[in-house]
Design a protein around this ligand. Structure first.
Ligand SMILES: Nc1ncnc2c1ncn2[C@@H]1O[C@H](COP(=O)(O)OP(=O)(O)OP(=O)(O)O)[C@@H](O)[C@H]1O
Ligand SMILES: [Mg+2]
Length: 246
């Protein structure tokens, strides 16, 4: 079986700034894997994720999602993806329910399935009472929750989340982690970035560390531990990301 995500020699330089935000990145993530993407601010995580989801075109290199080339067949590739961007920006004037129906329409989720899933996730994330209100009245965490639900309605084979824990209360964060596990247990793939290293350490099958646009380490926690002195992900992160300055 081919890998769910294949990034080959991906590079991106923004017109403004001129530095290579992502620099020749190669990465494979398999079916059923939870992959954690960590790295310092400005390292290139969001840029990589935007290329993976087809929002940004790479300057060079290729993205394949379950064997589908993002450049050649972007619609087919994007159909497989549920994307939760960072920042929780949602259409302000829609109600939560209108937003969810919009997402279900975009991804062509049949009526019965969408009703089941919306009901299930609203209950899971305790959003039943808020779903009738306009998104502009939502707190940061509520915006994050409605975005998470919207990205799950088509049961995506690949769930891509950019710093999904930001703004969530401890219970919602716990539910999200369980949902990520459940999603992978069903054979799907989760790819997420985070700065919460203890979550990454406990949740992920494999972890990639990016610094200055380059993947400087990738592997299971055991593999990372055996390659570095430190034993915690925090220690390994500090060791690797400080190495240049030392
Ligand atoms: N729209 C943009 N225009 C110009 N430069 C950008 C833009 N977005 C990102 N960059 C630059 O690209 C580099 C990588 O940024 P990116 O947002 O991918 O980092 P990140 O790893 O997601 O960081 P963070 O942990 O802060 O979210 C940085 O040097 C950043 O300044
Ligand atoms: Mg980012």
């Amino acid at each position: 079986m081919q890998d769910m995500v294949v990034l080959s020699n991906l590079s991106k330089t923004y017109a403004k700034g001129g530095v290579k935000a992502v620099d020749g990145l190669n990465l494979r993530v398999g079916h059923g894997e939870i992959f954690g993407f960590i790295g310092p601010n400005g390292a290139g995580k969001t840029t990589t994720i935007k290329m993976l989801t087809g929002i940004l075109n790479p300057d060079a290199g290729e993205v394949a999602v379950d064997g589908i080339d993002m450049r050649r067949d972007p619609i087919a590739a994007k159909r497989l993806i549920g994307y939760v961007p960072d920042g929780g920006e949602v259409y302000e004037r829609l109600t939560g329910m209108e937003y969810l129906c919009f997402m279900a329409d975009v991804y062509g989720v049949p009526d019965r399935l969408r009703r089941e899933r919306i009901e299930r996730y609203l209950e899971l994330f305790e959003m039943e009472d808020a779903v009738g209100n306009q998104v502009r009245s939502y707190s940061r965490g509520m915006r994050q929750k409605i975005t998470l639900i919207g990205a799950l309605l088509h049961a995506p084979a690949l769930w891509v989340l950019d710093e999904p824990m930001v703004g969530l209360d401890p219970k919602a964060a716990h539910i999200l982690k369980e949902e990520m596990r459940r999603h992978c247990a069903a054979g799907n793939t989760v790819f997420f970035s985070t700065h919460v290293l203890d979550v990454a350490e406990r949740l992920c099958d494999r972890i990639g560390i990016i610094r200055a646009g380059q993947l400087i380490a990738v592997g299971t926690m055991d593999e990372l531990r055996s390659a570095e002195h430190a034993q915690t992900l925090e220690g390994i992160f500090l060791e690797l990301t400080d190495a240049e300055e030392a």
